[in-house]
Ligand binder design. Structure first.
Ligand SMILES: Cc1cc2nc3c(=O)[nH]c(=O)nc-3n(C[C@H](O)[C@H](O)[C@H](O)COP(=O)(O)OP(=O)(O)OC[C@H]3O[C@@H](n4cnc5c(N)ncnc54)[C@H](O)[C@@H]3O)c2cc1C
Length: 494
């Protein structure tokens, strides 16, 4: 099979490596024979990330991006040498961890070399006094969490993709786990990092408790999405494994009631580790067996940690739920959530029927939360071919929330799947901007959102581009993302 015969979605962005055979030889001399591949089967594996539309494309024999060389460096020195070649030859480099990103971040839209970071998988040490773990960033999330649990700790960062994502990918996309209301997002958890910059310089940010040493440069690299450097090592916060867990669930008449109950709980300085509000459609989908939740808004809480504190949190959470018309549904819905929380099989059931679906997460301050929810639902319903738009809220802060929308539908006549997909995305993001929200909560920018970055950041976007140019003058690291409006330039029905 010649991969070039397959329909390439981002064809117009692609650049070929002129002297590929020489580059492959040079890379093999540096990395070793087995750590460089040009085999079709390997190339095919790196043509996409986990964006849901990629499944539709796969069924139709289409590929998103087409890299030319796959590499698996074993250490930082090898990464530096690959970057040296890429700068000399102006070849795009796409850092790739587990490919579970869902916004096109790891898609090699300009071709080039894939830098797979899975070999950087050593968990270096736990510091029990400082409550930290230091690890290489290619480590798989579940392997890290199991390692910590066995020693009596947790990182508190449990994304639904725990089994299929890496520490480096979390940092790159500013990820959030299911327990984020207590433990924070990854940017709250990272205390130190080592980064290899695009031109090969290494910088290390040592873990510090707090500092007043000028602007916090390290934070700028969290969310870099492989465009500003390769994160090779990180020190993360850890916590003693919780001594007690209380499971609470209430059903509310409306989203507004449920949001109010949670807001008032957080105002009391009470942070359940897990809080999840499902709108009525998602409640019907996930909790159809809970009679008391019929036509209502199911809300689940997990309070965990010190036994006495958990009991107090439980008491205050229940008080706020009752005050806002909540109906106690017991522990069973939360147990059901625990049993099904990593199950994502339903998403792969859609593409064979030509249904295009995806999820979009955004954030908003409390005062606009209810409006944002209704605005997005009403707007996306208007997209031609839309069959489904639902939401849950799964990340909470004293000042606002993170919403997670799911859409699905069938492209209308004359529309490609990609057109429909982009229309739903664009409609959602425009409604979010209109409602005063932020366009991404934890999946990142990638390709899907870069054309909205100017509206999100205003003048700040120019500063970001300048910063990128200084660090990466040859634009070799993950080009076509964050700073370039790939979807807009590429056509489709905007
Ligand atoms: C079923 C499912 C459930 C999910 N649930 C969640 C969830 O609960 N919470 C959440 O936040 N996300 C979730 N995601 C999204 C995804 O898991 C995250 O975006 C994750 O952080 C990506 O990690 P990865 O290791 O797979 O990175 P990849 O997808 O391989 O890469 C993502 C981006 O990071 C860059 N990158 C990777 N490693 C490095 C590094 N070491 N240095 C610099 N750049 C790097 C890549 O270039 C790319 O731009 C989910 C995805 C799926 C498919």
């Amino acid at each position: 099979m010649n991969l070039k015969d397959l329909k390439l979605i981002y064809q117009e962005n692609r650049k070929e490596i002129k002297n590929r055979d020489e580059i492959v030889k040079e890379l093999r001399d540096i990395l070793g024979e087995k750590c460089v591949s040009t085999n079709n089967i390997d190339i095919l594996a790196y043509t996409r990330d986990s964006s849901l539309i990629s499944l539709n494309w796969t069924i139709e024999g289409k590929i998103a991006g087409l890299p030319e060389i796959i590499t698996w460096p074993k250490d930082e020195e090898a990464i530096i040498k690959v970057l040296e070649i890429a700068n000399r030859e102006k070849i795009p480099i796409v850092p790739f961890a587990e490919g579970s990103g869902v916004v096109g971040g790891a898609i090699p839209i300009q071709g080039g070399i894939i830098l797979d970071l899975k070999n950087l998988d050593e968990i270096i040490e736990i510091n029990e006094k400082n409550l930290t773990v230091t690890t290489q960033t290619g480590v798989n999330g579940m392997n890290l969490e199991r390692y910590l649990n066995a020693k009596g700790y947790t990182c508190g960062h449990i994304p639904q993709s725990l089994y299929t994502s890496s520490v480096g990918g979390w940092i790159a996309h500013k990820a959030a786990g299911q327990f984020s209301t207590k433990y924070g997002k990854i940017e709250d958890i990272v205390l130190g990092m080592r980064i290899i910059l695009p031109e090969g310089d290494k910088i290390t940010f040592e873990p510090i408790a707090r500092a007043a040493t000028g602007p916090q440069l390290d934070k700028y690299f969290i969310g870099g999405e492989g465009t500003l450097g390769i994160v090779t090592k990180a020190t993360l916060k850890i916590w003693p494994y919780p001594e007690k867990r209380n499971l609470i669930s209430y059903a509310f008449p409306t989203m507004k009631d449920s949001l109010e109950a949670v807001r008032e709980t957080l105002r009391e300085n009470v942070y359940p580790a897990v809080v999840r509000i499902y709108d009525a459609d998602e409640t019907a989908r996930h909790f159809e067996h809970v009679e008391k939740a019929k036509d209502k808004v199911m809300t689940v809480f997990v309070c965990e940690g010190n036994q006495k504190l958990v009991d107090l949190e439980d008491e205050i959470t229940r008080k706020m739920c009752l005050k806002n018309s909540g109906i106690d549904c017991g522990e069973d819905p939360v147990e059901h959530w625990f049993e099904t929380r990593f199950k994502v099989t339903e998403t792969s059931m859609f593409p064979p029927y030509r249904i295009v679906a995806d999820t979009i997460e955004v954030s908003v301050m409390w005062d606009n939360a209810v409006d944002l929810y209704h605005n997005v639902v009403e707007t996306v319903k208007q997209v031609k071919g839309n069959l489904l738009i639902t939401a849950h809220v799964s990340h909470f802060y004293p000042n606002g929330v993170g919403f997670y929308f799911t859409f699905g539908g069938v492209p209308g006549k004359g529309m490609t799947e990609f057109d429909f997909y982009k229309s739903c995305w664009n409609a959602t993001i425009k409604a979010v901007i209109h409602s005063g929200g932020s366009i991404a909560h934890h999946h990142g920018i990638g390709i899907n959102r870069s054309h909205f970055m100017e509206e999100e950041w205003n003048k700040g976007y120019d500063v970001m581009k300048k910063f990128k140019n200084v660090l990466d003058p040859n634009n070799i690291l993950n080009p076509g993302k964050i700073y370039e409006k790939t979807w807009k330039n590429q056509g489709g029905n905007e």
